[in-house]
Design a protein around this ligand. Structure first.
Ligand code: DLL
Length: 434
């Protein structure tokens, strides 16, 4: 059993002491071996030896995706290539991809941390775990694969199979756990329904979902349509992959693996650290990674630290579910709008699948928003134009009164916005700079 009381329930003061010691070791290592960080510290006149407590951490400059893109491919590695045993990378849709290396020890730690994620929701050696995440350059598929093997579960690497095959495997192999994006789980539910299949015919009990923002409402919908318990977990490739934060059985926020990562929440405008409990941008420092250590790394993800302790007895602090990314925030007519607000509004309208995409364009200097929304096939089959137009007007009226937005609405078929196994849906497509 990977869930070890010893680590996850450490006294806070012991944990913080451990964090400081590990932080100092990491800082030593990066100053010697990572040139962009050494240059950054020298330029800002900070000595890593001055960092003697967790509050001192804020004396160090923040780092960002740009630093890592500029280090393409291997400049940010802290060990020679001969010590690297695995390389993952981000998709690199904007600029160079970020290339993440792992030593043997890093992989060991990573699989234990993912093992914790699985154990925390009751997954164990008895389970058949079907992984629908991509196994390619993304960290998700292999991250869960090794974590699930570590706890002795039977792993079915089903990534890349089309949805009917996934369902067939689920049924025939008696899969008990599905690991995927929440969007893909919902897609599986729709396909089951379309084929008149009852989820009770499956042996599925648990869904472990992450890699994209989702809401409590969506959790409820997935649970009732697939007849499972659904859990959230969070991570990012730069920090390690999945295995950064995870829900326990109480599902009141995600515990951070604080013996390996230090979390801060900053105001993305002023860049100052916010008091515990306030919402802002998550910033992580890795304190045990050898190949790719990151110090005060801005994730772009929005959340907050939940101030009190959890009933489960873990002393690792929790973050609230990630509601979106800073760069997904749309500023239109002086309004700051997040895709999660649009999601909440669409959820309340009948006939709409909670899948949508926001396209931003510029016409004659004016910003134009197009909202593409997937609707059920039945709805589109109904070819009465007046009804469709009335429906679009209803969406627009809600957007106007609740968010002050005016958008062009396009209704599409289910799956038109893409959502193959392992793929994340891109919520905002900004064509304005193009
Ligand atoms: O998505 C790692 C992962 C895979 C985590 C599977 C959990 C499950 P990346 O592809 O590097 O890594 O994308 C990281 O995805 O910065 C967030 O914006 C978003 N994200 C990840 N988990 C969640 C979540 C993996 N539970 C980026 N809720 C992050 C909301 C999430 N957003």
């Amino acid at each position: 059993m990977i869930y070890s009381r010893e680590w996850e329930t450490m006294l806070r003061e012991d944990l913080e002491q451990l964090q400081v010691e590990r932080l100092q070791m990491t800082l030593n290592q990066v100053y010697r071996n990572v040139s962009f960080l050494r240059n950054l510290y020298d330029k800002n006149g900070v000595e890593t030896s001055e960092i003697k407590s967790l509050t001192d951490l804020s004396k160090l400059p923040l780092t960002s995706k740009d630093n890592l893109r500029d280090s393409y491919p291997y400049e940010a590695f802290a060990v020679p290539l001969r010590d690297i045993v695995r390389i993952h990378s981000t998709s690199g849709t904007t600029g160079n991809p970020i290339v993440v290396g792992y030593t043997k020890n890093d992989l060991n730690i990573w699989s234990s941390l993912v093992g914790r994620v699985l154990s925390a929701v009751g997954i164990d050696g008895q389970d058949l775990v079907q992984i629908a995440f991509s196994y390619s350059q993304s960290s998700a598929g292999l991250g869960f694969h090794y974590g699930a093997e570590k706890i002795g579960a039977s792993v079915i690497p089903a990534s890349g199979e089309e949805v009917l095959k996934q369902i067939q495997i689920m049924k025939d192999y008696r899969t008990s756990v599905l690991i995927s994006t929440p969007g893909y789980a919902l897609h599986i539910a729709s396909v089951l329904e379309e084929h008149g299949m009852d989820p009770q015919e499956l042996n599925l009990n648990i869904g472990l979902f992450g890699a994209e923002p989702w809401s409590e409402k969506l959790r409820g919908e997935i649970e009732s349509r697939l007849k499972i318990k659904a859990y959230d977990n969070y991570g990012l490739s730069e920090i390690i992959g999945p295995g950064v934060a995870y829900e326990c059985e109480h599902r009141k926020g995600m515990h951070i693996n604080e013996d390996h990562f230090i979390v801060e929440v900053i105001d993305p405008e002023t860049l100052q650290v916010l008091p515990e409990g306030e919402k802002g941008e998550l910033v992580f420092t890795t304190i045990t990674k050898q190949a790719f250590p990151l110090i005060r790394y801005r994730t772009g993800d929005i959340s907050r630290i939940i101030p009190d302790t959890c009933e489960c007895g873990r002393t690792f602090r929790r973050i609230e579910r990630v509601s979106g990314r800073i760069d997904d925030m749309i500023i239109i007519d002086g309004n700051n709008i997040f895709p999660s607000q649009i999601e909440a509004l669409l959820f309340e309208l009948e006939g709409v699948e909670p899948h949508f995409q926001i396209i931003l364009k510029r016409d004659d200097g004016l910003d134009i928003i197009e909202l593409r929304v997937e609707v059920s096939r039945d709805f589109l089959a109904f070819d009465e134009i007046r009804r469709v137009e009335a429906f679009k007007a209803r969406i627009n009226q809600q957007l106007k009164t609740r968010l002050g937005l005016h958008a062009k609405i396009t209704l599409t078929e289910p799956m038109a916005l893409g959502r193959t196994s392992g793929e994340k849906v891109k919520r905002v497509v900004d064509l304005r700079e193009a």
